[in-house]
Design a protein around this ligand. Structure first.
Ligand SMILES: [Zn+2]
Length: 394
């Protein structure tokens, strides 16, 4: 069979990346519509059947399907349409939306995260269609809204019953294969005391004010000890779970005893830890403190949570990615874990689809001013996606 990666036209991938960067799709506020229409038109012209539907008003998902002769298996290539805001233009050394191609790079907001990955998927699909690769299985390309916020685009895709036997997400991994990522549990914890004149404070708390900041200090130090326990709990792919107190807020004035203190806690979960279990652990630490101190009163509130995700190294999608990277780059791909969260968690945990992340660009280049992606990486990504599709669906 022909090698699809040799048929990819590099300049086409680079220019398509640039064209996608030129369509701002910032989230917030969530301006994915024009980019969605662009992607839908591109794939429609190739003969894909297109479903474009609004998840939120003027914020659509695109699901495009190229039917194979047997309809199985189904491979989904997935990307997100939204980009984080460019922010203050004067901070950039170039226009974030000109899509300039310079010194072997495509410049601009979204070039790395992840319009380069999306462009690579589109050109891979175009090459397969134009070069008449007859696939047995279905190739689904989905471009979703809202990855940079709540992941409501990916979630809605699963709710709608869009199914695949395996999926590849084109987030920036420097073309490494990432088969796991951490989850998050964000909590707000409040301690409550009794306000009063600072001169009336007692260590026993009896008949006087109770300092909510003193009580919180106990909890903060307990959480620091908890971090030690978590460090012992290693996952081979993503490392250990963590807990961090990112904010603390309490008290009004130096001569008043504060009756309320609040912290914001970021607990990072590794595969195998559920957000519920992590919350229960912290609640039990709170309980231990309150059973040894009648004046210790605290409430724990969940702000948001996202499960960790992991697929086994033995999964077909992992081996297909490894083979494709080896063929295109001539090296063994690194297989590891993604340090940020992504839609992978939704596809793996909610959609039960073995999913990996593999895409052009480096994560350090995402969400920063002067974002760029190496042109050679978007070209290699297109070659890799084309090979994966032919390998899995051919
Ligand atoms: Zn992204």
């Amino acid at each position: 069979m022909k090698d699809p990666s040799e048929l990819i036209r590099g300049d086409e991938v680079i220019h398509l990346t640039s064209d996608l960067v030129k369509i701002p799709s910032e989230n917030p506020p969530g301006e994915e519509e024009e980019a969605a229409e662009f992607v839908a038109e591109y794939l429609k012209a190739l003969g894909f059947s297109i479903e474009i539907y609004e998840v939120l008003p003027k914020r659509p998902n695109v699901v495009a399907r190229l039917k194979g002769s047997e309809g199985r298996p189904v491979l989904m290539l997935n990307g997100h349409l939204d980009v984080v805001p460019a922010g203050e233009r004067t901070a950039w050394s170039f226009n974030p939306y000109s899509g300039a191609i310079k010194d072997g790079r495509v410049l601009g907001r979204g070039s790395a995260d992840m319009k380069g990955g999306l462009a690579a998927m589109l050109v891979a699909a175009k090459t397969l269609v134009e070069q008449d690769f007859r696939l047995k299985g279905d190739l689904v390309i989905s471009a979703v809204m809202d990855e940079e916020s709540m992941g409501s685009g990916a979630s809605s895709l699963v709710d709608r019953g869009v199914k695949a036997d395996m999926a590849v997400i084109g987030e920036p991994t420097n073309l490494e294969i990432q088969r796991a990522h951490k989850g998050t549990l964000w909590l707000e914890i409040t301690t409550r005391g009794v306000s009063g004149h600072s001169s009336r404070i007692t260590s026993s708390g009896k008949d006087g004010p109770v300092n909510a900041v003193f009580k919180m200090a106990k909890l903060v130090s307990t959480l620091e000890d908890h971090l030690k326990t978590l460090e012992a709990r290693r996952n081979n792919v993503v490392g250990n779970p963590t807990v961090n107190v990112g904010r603390i807020d309490g008290g009004l004035k130096v001569n008043m005893v504060p009756d309320i203190c609040r912290i914001e806690v970021d607990r990072r979960l590794v595969p195998g830890e559920s957000p519920e279990k992590a919350r229960a652990e912290i609640e039990s630490l709170v309980k231990t403190l309150s059973s040894s101190d009648p004046w210790f009163k605290a409430e724990v509130r969940v702000v948001s949570q996202r499960e960790a995700a992991e697929v086994a190294e033995s999964e077909r999608v992992v081996s297909a990615c490894k083979q494709a990277v080896k063929a295109v780059k001539g090296i063994d791909a690194k297989v590891g874990g993604f340090t940020a969260t992504s839609d992978m968690s939704i596809f793996v945990n909610k959609g039960r689809t073995p999913t990996v992340i593999l895409g052009p660009g480096r994560l350090e280049q995402a969400h920063v001013v002067d974002e760029y992606v190496d042109a050679s990486q978007v070209v290699d990504a297109a070659k890799i996606y084309a090979r994966i599709a032919v390998d899995v669906l051919g």
